[in-house]
Write a protein that binds this ligand. Structure first.
Ligand SMILES: CC(O)(O)NCCCCN
Ligand SMILES: [Zn+2]
Length: 678
């Protein structure tokens, strides 16, 4: 199983720079690269990565995407004087040549391909390439938007050719639309291109009609181009996460890519003069964590834009930390997407409904018989209350942003626990023991009895379970004290252990405990005080207990063919969980579970982004192989395998939709459509 994270950086890529005054291009400075690298060193992240050297992309590799003419023009600039360089640059929209630009652009291509090779060969699991000039605006025959060669597009074509790949996902979270990449792949169903971008109803650069949500791809490529336009500035963490839950991730899991490449621009982060958005650096840890669950973890992150040096550096570090497997920091801010974001999400889901199975039963009825785009929802000016209040008055006040980020990151960053996982040494644990796993000794019997006989006496009826509780208490204590990141235990009665664990966790001071219980929960704690939120995935409605704000019973029957649980996790469980913002997650699997191991693995893998990755898993002791799967995921020892993708049935989609409609006011991350007439 591949492990390790590659970091590719070559200082020579800092030699490309603007030689004359140009207010559009003067933000693309060499310090973008050097200060990001310095920030990685300051967080001791460079030494934890596998260093892979850059190389020059060959002319042949560049010709995979670009015309010979484009290559020749670029090559000819090496010997030009300033006057000539300026003149050639004027042929393009927002591009500047320097005598070293051609060399740097070839290094950027080569660095990107080196990363693809390192990941595809299994030398590493994933990695990041810090490159400039960026790539996603450049086109077959033109430089554009600071980009000369389209690094990511060349990487996709290279991977198809060299590794015979048939499904590559490109995620472009840069705040500008990568129109270059869109043009290159818009008829190609083997490359799924997703981009969000500042758009403001075509007001914002590059102000293209084809950047809107109805540009879904052409010919055989229809459905494989996804544009999510942001029609307002100030988009934040909740908008970005909602876009992942309700648009990108369900599509990505259905597409089932063999490789994921990120056009990783950080101008979508707070403080950036171009983006004017509000998303804070830790959100990139969450986005990265989600993408790591695809393609068996094969993820190549390639730098695009990002023009506020501090914001860029912090976001790059959040990305690399997550690639390395570190716990994911709590995401800040109100978990509620703004109206404009929800409208864009709704529109792009409607536009893509004809192409994706997971959308087949989503009702975009309001669009029933409407063909032209003008009928799609458009807010000329949604009322101010639906706007995010901006944390920073204006992003142009760089020093103010620096100070904000200094404080913000202090709160976000936390010491990573030395040990990743604690376990009880239960049967089967020998299969995943490593230096990241700690066996906990049993709590002594009398201590357990004292603990249990008082506070939990009503729950614990017999001695048999007493001992299994003992080691559970030890694990919970270690998680609370942050001596370990997560823990796993087996129990003869997981339902009882879960009930005791929940009560014990609240007693230990966890204020918001999320419990996802798979199977028959039997005893359901009182969730009135909001200190617990329970999602019970069961085969049939628990006797008489209907769903309410802090208790959901989600009826689900495992699909015989494969794993159809994606829509439940992405469309319901994660949005509720992220809205709740727990500080501990308890995952329990009781008797007669109604979910497959792959469905449960998906749940465990995706939920690690919550509560600073603090998870306590308790599994019925008859489920040895499930326990091993879950443990390997918690340790980070295995890249996730979620079984055969099966789209949700209409009945299951309706069940999730009903819960969403009922609770989207309480848990706003559930929102993915605007009710008529609001
Ligand atoms: C790589 C990039 O997307 O950040 N380039 C932005 C160019 C903006 C020109 N006005
Ligand atoms: Zn950009």
């Amino acid at each position: 199983m591949a492990s390790g994270t590659a970091l590719i950086y070559d200082e020579e890529m800092t030699t490309h720079k603007l030689l004359w005054s140009d207010p559009i291009c003067d933000i693309e400075v060499p310090e973008r690269l050097s200060s990001s690298y310095e920030q990685l060193r300051s967080y001791h992240l460079v030494e934890r990565c596998v260093h892979v050297p850059a190389r020059e992309g060959s002319e042949e590799e560049i010709l995979l995407v670009h015309s010979l003419e484009h290559l020749e023009v670029a090559k000819s600039t090496q010997t030009m004087n300033e006057e000539e360089l300026k003149r050639v640059s004027e042929n393009y929209d927002a591009f500047f040549f320097h005598p070293s630009t051609y060399r740097c652009a070839r290094l950027a291509v080569g660095a990107t391909l080196q990363l693809v090779d390192a990941v595809m060969s299994g030398k590493v699991r994933n990695g990041m390439a810090l490159v400039r000039p960026p790539g996603h605006h450049s086109q077959r025959n033109a430089a554009n938007g600071f980009c000369l060669f389209n690094n990511v597009a060349i990487a996709a074509e290279y991977a198809k050719l060299k590794y015979g790949l048939q499904r590559i996902l490109i995620v472009d979270w840069d705040v500008h639309h990568g129109q270059g990449t869109q043009y290159i792949f818009e008829e190609d169903p083997s490359v799924l291109y997703f981009s969000w971008h500042r758009y403001e109803h075509q007001e914002f650069w590059p102000s293209l009609k084809e950047s809107d949500y109805d540009a879904v791809g052409l010919g055989k490529g229809k459905g494989f181009n996804i544009n999510l336009p942001w029609n307002k500035v100030g988009m934040g963490n909740s908008d970005y996460l909602a876009a992942f839950f309700h648009v990108l991730l369900p599509t990505a899991f259905e597409f089932d890519p063999e490789l994921v490449i990120v056009s990783s621009g950080y101008d979508s982060g707070i403080g950036d003069p171009e983006g004017q958005m509000n998303a804070t650096p830790e959100v990139f840890a969450h986005l990265t964590h989600f993408l790591m669950q695809l393609a068996n973890g094969k993820l190549c992150v390639i730098l695009e834009g990002g023009y506020h040096l501090k914001s860029l550096g912090e976001s790059v570090c959040m990305t690399v930390k997550t690639l390395l497997g570190d716990p994911v920091p709590q995401v800040s801010g109100e978990m509620a997407p703004c109206l404009s974001a929800v409208e864009s999400i709704q529109n792009v889901r409607a536009a893509h409904k004809p192409y994706w199975k997971w959308l087949a039963y989503e009702d975009t009825s309001f669009l029933q018989n409407l063909s032209t785009k003008s009928h799609f929802l458009k807010t000329a000016n949604s009322n101010p209350s639906t706007e995010h209040e901006s944390k920073i008055t204006n992003n142009n006040d760089t020093v103010k942003v620096d100070r904000f980020l200094e404080l913000h990151m202090k709160n976000i960053l936390f010491p990573v626990p030395p040990i990743k996982t604690a376990t009880t040494g239960c049967e089967g644990s020998e299969h995943f023991l490593s230096e990241h796993v700690q066996l906990v000794k049993e709590m002594d019997k009398t201590e357990v009895e004292a603990l249990v006989s008082g506070f939990y006496a009503d729950l614990v009826k017999d001695n048999k379970t007493l001992l299994s509780l003992g080691s559970m208490f030890v694990i919970l204590d270690k998680i609370l004290k942050k001596e370990v990141c997560n823990g796993i235990a087996t129990s003869p009665t997981a339902a009882l252990s879960a009930a005791v664990a929940l009560r014990h966790s609240v007693r230990l001071g966890f204020q918001r405990v999320l419990c996802v219980f798979v199977g028959d929960m039997q005893m359901i704690p009182n969730t009135e005080d909001g200190k617990m939120l329970i999602i019970n995935i069961c085969e049939k409605e628990q006797s008489g207990k209907t769903s309410c704000k802090h208790y959901f019973s989600l009826n689900w029957k495992e699909d015989a063919e494969g794993n159809d649980f994606f829509s439940a996790v992405l469309g319901f469980i994660l949005p509720v969980a992220y809205s709740y913002q727990p500080n501990l997650t308890v995952i329990a699997v009781g008797p007669n579970r109604n979910l497959g191991i792959s469905g449960i693995s998906l749940l465990v893998a995706l939920i690690q982004g919550l509560a600073e990755s603090r998870i306590f898993a308790v599994i019925e002791d008859t489920e040895i192989s499930l326990m091993q799967n879950v443990a390997k995921l918690l340790v980070g020892a295995s890249t996730p395998a979620f079984g055969i993708y099966v789209p949700p049935t209409q009945e299951k989609v309706n069940r999730i939709k009903a819960l969403r409609d009922q609770f989207q006011q309480e848990w706003k991350m559930l929102q993915c459509s605007v009710k008529e007439g609001i």
